[in-house]
Design a protein around this ligand. Structure first.
Ligand SMILES: Nc1ncnc2c1ncn2[C@@H]1O[C@H](COP(=O)(O)OP(=O)(O)O)[C@@H](O)[C@H]1O
Ligand SMILES: [Mg+2]
Length: 292
């Protein structure tokens, strides 16, 4: 898909379908802060970060919807050890409603299980597209945070989600190839007009190594894109994270493990911030309606 819903967005624009959202959704739109967790390459910790960040926000009494939009590898559910019957593909195919697929993974934390499916948006008819659009917009109203695990790479599937998010958490490792891929992602997102990108360096040997990796990225971004970029967090490579992930125990949040402590602190920072985009509408209004 060339930004999967692009063709339908055009149809929506042409037919003025933007006015069809319900009054209540128009009233509450924008309350939910959308965060896309993305990366240039895979295996850098996106799913782990999405899950632990979601769990940390939920512990702060925020209602969180985790959405698995890593279309190839929908694996938040694997990390949680659950096997939902329905997923986003069923919703897009019209086999069930979005409300039917959302499962409560922990108090205040809900999961919309993923699978390939969103790319089918360009093959569905206008009536169903509009119903989906309204369903997703209505869903979003129930949450304080929407966290999307987008998958890796600068393809349209990933950037289609990340470009509309209030905040993009770009995960990279100190590995030079990860840095190069992260730069490519920043370039694409900046070109698409989303400069709300913050970097998380994961799997750093130590704080200094993480900072050095970020500085290299920052220098490239400032030199070639002539724009700033900010560091959000440095997460250390810890065996415990790997071990607890394998045991599906991330929600237990190991005592004394830097990863969980740092992400909990991030959640605290985020928790105080309401979405800055209330006037512009919520995430799905932008995603389906195409405001850019
Ligand atoms: N800080 C870390 N220290 C050690 N292992 C980590 C860390 N972050 C992630 N991992 C492990 O790295 C692997 C890839 O993480 P994952 O979150 O699935 O990455 P992605 O979603 O980007 O592909 C997993 O086995 C995970 O447990
Ligand atoms: Mg993943």
């Amino acid at each position: 898909m060339s930004d999967q819903a692009e063709r339908l967005r055009e149809m929506v624009r042409e037919r003025g379908a933007g006015a069809s959202a319900s009054v209540s959704s128009a009233r509450r739109q924008g309350r939910c802060k959308s965060i896309a967790v993305t990366s240039g390459k895979g295996g850098v910790g996106k799913t782990t970060l999405s899950l632990v960040l979601g769990a940390s926000l939920a512990k702060l009494d925020k209602r969180v919807l985790l959405m698995d939009v890593d279309l190839g590898l929908a694996n938040i559910q694997i990390l949680l050890g659950i096997a939902p019957r329905f997923n986003i593909a069923h919703v897009v195919a019209g086999k069930c409603a979005i409300g039917d697929i959302v499962v409560e993974a922990a108090p205040n934390m809900f999961l919309a299980p993923g699978a390939s499916g969103f790319e089918q948006l360009s093959n569905i008819d206008m009536g169903r597209f509009e119903r989906l659009r309204n369903d997703f917009m209505g869903l979003e109203e129930n949450y304080d945070f929407l966290i999307m695990d987008t998958g890796a790479g600068i393809g349209n599937t990933v950037t289609g989600f990340a470009r509309h998010a209030d905040l993009v958490l770009l995960v990279m490792t100190p590995d030079p190839s990860s840095m190069a891929d992260a730069y490519a992602m920043v370039k694409v997102l900046y070109e698409k007009g989303n400069t709300n990108v913050a970097v998380v360096v994961n799997m750093a040997g130590n704080e200094g190594e993480g900072r050095e990796a970020f500085e290299m990225l920052r220098m490239m971004v400032e030199k070639f894109l002539k724009k700033p970029i900010r560091l959000y967090a440095i997460l250390i490579n810890e065996r415990e994270v790997l071990r607890l992930g394998r045991k599906q125990l991330h929600l237990a949040g190991g005592e004394g493990v830097n990863f969980y402590k740092t992400v909990a602190a991030l959640a605290k920072r985020l928790g105080g911030h309401q979405s800055q985009t209330a006037a512009r509408g919520g995430f799905f209004s932008k995603f389906f309606g195409g405001t850019s």
